[in-house]
Design a binder for this molecule. Structure first.
Ligand code: HEC
Length: 150
């Protein structure tokens, strides 16, 4: 019976340790978890150029500013010839005027848009994104934060 008691004590102290370590990590400014909590776009090398941003990548993709990055790097050049006020295809989410493009961009359905960015019969295989690429990851993030950066 003595053994059981020792096992129990060992287990109990392990639990205490585990719990206190757990709490330390959750404490504000505890630090240990911070780097892995940082979300954002991950660069995978070797994909077709269409998948990479043409400008420095911001920490977050949200609101109108986030849409601006996507408009300049992908949506404008690849979809804007048709989806703009001059291109005539509705909706004009790829217009040169960011405020206008953004207001239409916000009303797009996430699933449909992401699907069309991977495979689009109108702009051909050259504009199809890779699911591992920066632009696709950024689009995916932006559609969860279309209205603001809060
Ligand atoms: C050559 C012109 C052209 C280009 C370039 C183009 N589209 Fe379109 N798009 C169309 C036309 C035409 C329609 C409407 C007909 C249809 O839905 O089949 C359309 C419809 C859409 C719709 C609405 C679909 C729906 O079900 O309501 C979305 C979203 C869309 N396109 C996304 C894109 C994206 C994203 C790109 C760029 C990666 C793009 N399009 C590039 C011509 C184009």
């Amino acid at each position: 019976m003595k053994h059981k008691k020792i096992y129990f004590l060992a287990f109990a102290s392990f639990l205490t340790l585990a719990i206190s370590v757990g709490f330390t990590n959750c404490a504000p400014g505890g630090g240990a978890d911070l780097p892995s909590e940082k979300k954002g776009v991950v660069r995978v090398e070797g994909l077709p150029p269409i998948n990479y941003f043409r400008e420095p990548i911001p920490d977050r993709f949200c609101g109108q500013e986030g849409y601006g990055y996507l408009l300049r790097s992908y949506i404008g050049p690849e979809c804007g010839s048709c989806h703009s006020m001059t291109g005539g295809m509705f909706p004009p989410f790829g217009d040169k005027d960011l405020a206008k493009a953004y207001s239409y961009g916000k009303s797009l359905g996430k699933e449909k848009f992401l699907e069309l960015s991977l495979d689009n019969r109108f702009c051909g295989p050259d504009c199809d994104l890779d699911i591992r690429g920066e632009i696709y990851q950024a689009l995916n993030e932006w559609f969860d934060n279309t209205d603001s950066c809060n």
